[in-house]
Ligand binder design. Structure first.
Ligand code: GNR
Ligand code: NI
Length: 169
């Protein structure tokens, strides 16, 4: 197991469209384990492979609270089948440290993906789980939080990030 470095905006690797996993083999399972360890260490509620520099369609999510048992979900080659309704959530992103913004997304999603064994499954999700699935799915297509906010907020985000990056060593 290993904790992997998380890429931060504006790293160009966060903008690439990730490729489907051809075969869920031991290398993929090793990557998934390392992604989960990296997510828990951060800590974050989700992590997509492009955030650790791997251009593959994989993400992990665990929305369990601190006082709850962990509940790791692994998604390989996910496909959003349906989305319904709207909700707004104050989102963060490990690739935008120190930033959070209200972002509007679907309230319910239905998706199909492969699990750690390469077995297909479908999942219907609401609330934070649905938000996290959409946030991570966006990462696989090179879409980031900053793309989801209006022009004014985007400028403010840009300034905040520039200030942070200027301040950090
Ligand atoms: O840790 C994270 N928190 C979060 C909060 C609200 C909506 C989405 C997220 S995902 C984020 C981790 C991350 O950057 N995943 O790509
Ligand atoms: Ni993110």
């Amino acid at each position: 197991m290993a904790i992997l470095p998380i890429l931060e905006y504006p790293d160009p690797r966060l903008r690439a469209v990730a490729q489907p996993v051809a075969q869920v083999d031991d290398d993929v399972r090793q990557l998934v384990e390392n992604m989960a360890e990296t997510m828990y260490a951060a800590p974050g509620v989700g992590l997509a492979a492009p955030q650790v520099g791997v251009a593959l369609r994989i993400f992990v999510i665990d929305i369990a609270g601190e006082d709850e048992p962990s509940d790791l979900h692994v998604f390989i080659n996910p496909e959003l089948l349906q989305t319904d309704g709207t909700q707004s959530w104050n989102e963060g992103c490990l690739s935008f440290p120190g930033i959070s913004e209200d972002i509007k997304r679907a309230e319910r999603v239905l998706l199909r993906a492969l699990d750690r064994d390469g077995k297909p499954f479908e999942l219907e999700a609401h609330g934070l789980m649905a938000v996290a699935i959409q946030h991570e799915s966006d990462h696989l297509d090179g879409v980031l939080m900053i793309d989801k906010v209006g022009a004014l907020k985007r400028r403010l985000m840009g300034k905040k990030l520039a200030r942070r990056q200027h301040a950090s060593p």
